[in-house]
Every structure is written in structure tokens, then in C-alpha cells.
Design a protein around this ligand. Structure first.
Ligand code: FAD
Length: 444
């Protein structure tokens, strides 16, 4: 299959990119591994959201003849030929695969949570914060359950609100940032009134929940399931009972696809992200990135960046003026977010010798301590070599030991080997037919 523009990710950034580019008449294909549009924030599908932007974009895109969505479709392989990017995509849970040759590419694959290990963090009943939110939105029963939400960032409030709406009793939100940082961040919200309004609305919904700043989980205990957590609250150690603990330390960009293609990664602070220019173009010609892959900044920044990337990739740069102004506003918010919720160093020292760090391969903290880098740890312990391929422990180890993970290996996900073989047979076939064609030409 051939297309003018391939977009990976149908979250806010991918939808905004498609919406902007669709006005040019280019053929656009959007691939997403979820079974519907919306990404992480608009879970349940863009048409079902109260955010009018989600509904409007979906309505326009679903009716546009030049736009095709491919859901339950995961990008597993990406190669560059002279003119095209060739994407191999697996559909419907590895049942079949196809190839898409695209002249231009926008990567909008979002972010994932940073999970940091502490004694007991692998007990049943402990999940990421957004992880439990996603489970609850998809029907996991939380009604009547006593839940503690912990970690850092405004996402904790959104998670607690979702869980409360579904009948959970969220007793505490534990925020690791200090009260001084939080106060500065709250003052900064005056510059983005919509976020201030959102914060008030969330605060109102959560009036029965205790919000503790300067607090973090140091250990969890329980026989078959988490039952008690030990918490450092302003330096005092306290114990809380809970049925579920939802804990995550912010978000980090998904870099694998861009890294596999050879896009430059910016690593100048605590957050690695894809480097882009003012048009959201990476260092590679015709390859753009938008949304949380270029740094964490929330849905409004993702939409602004997606729009700019969509206009730029479809040669309509003059239409991007508004989106460029919006991006500047939300980049300011992203900077305040980063400063307000920077991680405290105590979180680096929660592991005991026997605390599991890589849960795919059961690798414990003591096994990792003496290694100089990620590669050495991987080769000697199998850390990061299991099912998730270091997607979870890679980011944790980056924080704990300052190790840079080797990124960009192909295939991007575990996949059906037959689908990779098909790719190479197709490639070999096309080379053979090219050779036969050129030999025939010479003979003539
Ligand atoms: C678990 C979680 C929960 C969140 N909950 C909230 C919330 O409640 N409120 C809030 O304001 N913000 C929330 N956020 C932040 C939110 O992600 C952003 O504000 C916003 O959704 C970013 O939009 P995006 O388009 O950049 O990425 P996303 O919305 O993450 O969209 C990226 C899309 O790319 C797809 N994708 C990734 N890799 C591949 C691949 N290889 N092949 C095919 N498809 C792929 C993903 O399935 C996803 O649909 C959450 C983030 C996470 C990680």
C-alpha cells in the first residue's frame, strides 16, 4: 500500500496532525495499536469525549475520503528506501501484516509512565497511576476499594478523580514534590486559566481525599495482595492501609520508533526526547514528531504540535500561525511542569538488595549495583531482555544508575516472525524483478 503521509499514533497529537494535513487533499494513513482513536487521555474513543476538539477532529477525519485509519495495528519495522519510508504493521493481535510505503511520516506515539522500584512494588494490587486509570476506564472494578494514588504530577489528580467517579475510596494522594514547588506551580497556573479551572474542578471532586505533599511510598507489604504501605510524609514514617496502590513518577516520551529511524535525541536534562525544529521536523527529511514524544506537556501542547507537524508535512505552513502561538503558551506550561515536579534524590535509594528492578526477568537491585552501564548489566543479568524489552526497567535504571538504554532496535515489538520473513521475501522479490527488468533492457 502506498500513501503520501503516514501518521503513527491516533492520540491528540496524531489526530491534530491528520486534521491539519487532511485539508491539503494528500492521502493519509493513521496507524494505532489501540482499537479506537484518542490515545491515553481520550480513552474510550475520540467521539465519546466531552472535549469538543476530540469530537470535531474525529467527525471531520472519519468523513474525509483521503484519510484511512488502521486500528489494532502495531508498527513493528521501519526502513528507509530512496524515496519512501517502508513501515511493516501487524494487525489484529499479530494475525496478519502489511506494508505501507509513505513519502512522509509523523511520529506521535506519546509517552509512558515512569515506575520506580521500592520494596514490595511488584505485589498484586500495585499498578502505575495512569495504568489503574486505564484499567478502571476499561471496566476493572474499583467500586468500594480503598485506593492510595502516589507519585508525582497533576496526572495523580486526574487518576484519583476517575477512580472516585467509578466508586473507589481514594483515601490519599501522595505527592513527592515539596509544598514550595507545588505553590510555585500553582501560581504559574494563573498564566493558563483553563488549567487553573481544571485544577479547581478536580480539587472539588476530590474534597474527601487527603493530598499530602512531600510524601512518597517507601515500601509495600501484604500476603497475597498489597495491604499496607509505609510512607515518608515530611520525613515522618507513617503506615496506611489500602486495597490498591496506583503509583507512578510522571511520564517519559516513547522514543523507540524515532530512535530506530535514526532521529536525533535531545538529552540535555532529566527527560530524553526527540529533537525537532520549529516545524516539528526531526533531523531527518520528511520525518516529523509531535506530542509527548518531543517532551511532556499535556494534551494542549500535543494538539498544537500535531497541528504544526500536519501543516508542515502537507506543505501548508502558512496555516500554522495559530498553532505556533498555542505551542509557545503550552511550552511555558511544560517547563513549569518539569520544574514543579522534578524528582527528589531520595527516590534513588528506596531499593533493598533483594528488590526486583526488572520484573520480566526477576533481576534484583544487588545484581545491578556493580555494573558500569546498561549493556554490561544486560549481558550479565538479562535485565531489560524480557517481554517489555526494557521499556519499564530501562527508564527506572536511567534514574537509579544514570544508564542510557540502547534504543532503536528492530523489530520494535515482539512480533510474528513470519511477518518479518514476508517483508524480506517481498523485498527480495522486488529486487529480483528490478534485476530482470534491467537485464531485459540491456538485452534490448
Ligand atoms: C497511562 C496514561 C494516562 C494518562 N491519563 C491522562 C489524563 O487522565 N489526563 C491528562 O490530561 N493526561 C493524561 N495523560 C497524558 C496524556 O498522554 C497526554 O496529555 C496526551 O494524551 C498526549 O497525546 P499524544 O498524542 O502525544 O500521545 P497519546 O495520547 O499517548 O497517543 C499515542 C498513541 O500512539 C499509539 N502507539 C504508540 N506506539 C505505537 C506503535 N508502535 N504502533 C501503533 N501505535 C502506537 C498509542 O497506542 C496511542 O494511542 C496520560 C498519559 C498516560 C501515559
Amino acid at each position: 500500500m502506498k500513501t503520501d503521509l503516514l501518521i503513527i499514533g491516533a492520540g491528540p497529537a496524531g489526530l491534530a496532525a491528520a486534521f491539519a494535513a487532511s485539508k491539503s487533499g494528500l492521502n493519509i494513513d493513521i496507524v494505532d495499536d489501540n482499537f479506537q482513536s484518542g490515545g491515553q487521555i481520550w480513552r474510550g474513543g475520540a467521539p465519546q469525549q466531552s472535549d469538543v476538539r476530540a469530537r470535531d477532529m474525529w467527525l471531520a477525519l472519519s468523513q474525509a475520503e483521503n484519510v484511512r485509519f488502521h486500528f489494532q495495528s502495531k508498527l513493528i519495522q521501519l526502513e528507509r528506501s530512496e524515496e519512501n519510508l517502508i513501515a511493516t504493521v501487524e494487525h489484529n493481535d499479530q494475525q496478519r501484516s502489511s506494508q505501507i510505503a509513505a513519502r512522509r511520516l509523523i511520529i506521535a506515539t506519546g509517552a509512558r509512565e515512569l515506575l520506580l522500584p521500592f520494596p514490595g512494588w511488584t505485589l498484586p494490587g500495585i499498578t502505575g497511576a495512569g495504568g489503574l486509570q486505564a484499567l478502571a476506564k476499561n471496566g476493572y472494578p474499583v467500586k468500594g476499594k480503598k485506593v492510595v494514588v502516589a507519585g508525582t504530577g497533576p496526572l495523580l489528580l486526574a487518576v484519583a478523580a476517575t477512580l472516585t467517579e467509578r466508586g473507589a475510596i481514594v483515601t490519599h494522594i501522595l505527592e513527592q514534590a515539596s509544598l514550595a514547588s507545588l505553590s510555585r506551580f500553582a501560581l504559574g497556573l494563573l498564566r493558563t486559566p483553563t488549567k487553573l479551572k481544571q485544577a479547581f474542578a478536580l480539587g472539588w471532586k476530590l474534597k474527601a481525599t487527603r493530598y499530602l505533599a512531600n510524601s512518597f511510598v517507601i515500601a509495600a507489604e501484604g500476603k497475597e495482595q498489597v495491604a499496607t504501605i509505609r510512607v515518608s510524609n515530611n520525613g515522618d514514617i507513617q503506615e496506611f492501609n489500602c486495597d490498591l496502590l496506583a503509583c507512578a513518577y510522571g511520564l517519559l516520551p516513547n522514543l523507540e520508533i524515532a530512535a530506530a529511524l535514526g532521529c536525533a535525541i535531545e538529552n540535555d536534562d532529566d527527560m530524553p526526547r526527540i529533537k525537532v525544529d520549529q516545524w516539528q521536523q526531526t533531523n531527518l527529511n520528511q520525518v516529523y514528531c509531535a506530542g509527548e514524544t518531543t517532551g511532556i506537556g499535556g494534551v494542549d501542547l500535543a494538539i498544537a504540535e500535531g497541528s504544526i507537524a500536519g501543516y508542515a508535512a502537507s506543505d501548508q505552513r502558512d496555516l500554522a500561525i495559530d498553532a505556533i502561538k498555542q505551542r509557545a503558551i503550552w511550552q511555558g506550561f511544560a517547563e513549569r511542569l518539569k520544574q514543579g515536579f522534578a524528582l527528589r534524590s531520595e527516590l534513588r535509594h528506596l531499593c533493598q538488595k533483594d528488590t526486583i528492578v526488572c520484573r520480566c526477568e526477576d533481576v534484583r537491585y544487588a545484581q545491578l549495583q556493580d555494573h558500569a552501564d546498561w549493556r554490561s548489566a544486560k549481558l550479565h543479568t538479562r535485565c531489560g531482555m524480557g517481554a517489555c524489552q526494557g521499556r519499564i526497567c530501562g527508564n527506572a535504571n536511567r534514574f537509579l544508575f544514570s544508564w542510557e538504554r540502547d534504543l532503536g532496535r528492530l523489530p520494535l515489538h515482539s512480533c510474528n516472525i513470519g511477518h518479518l520473513i514476508d517483508t524480506h521475501i517481498e523485498k527480495a522479490d522486488s529486487i529480483t524483478s528490478m534485476n530482470i527488468a534491467s537485464r531485459n533492457e540491456q538485452e534490448i
